[in-house]
Write a protein of this length. Sequence first.
Length: 69
Amino acid sequence: MMEMKETAAVAGYETIEHWYDVHGTSLAIYAGTVCYKGWKPGKRVTEKEYLAAVSQFSQASMSGTGGRK
């Protein structure tokens, strides 16, 4: 178990809540991104994955079409 935690830390995986706090993402953008990507609380991603998801959501159509990719 300890080995897995060390591997996750080295790879840069953190919870989406961590990246939300670190980047000061607005609550609306965070909630929209989580919904858009189908993520659940506690999901672990890299910083790059988090920022890419926020960017994708921010650029997505707000007409209700689209969704998970």
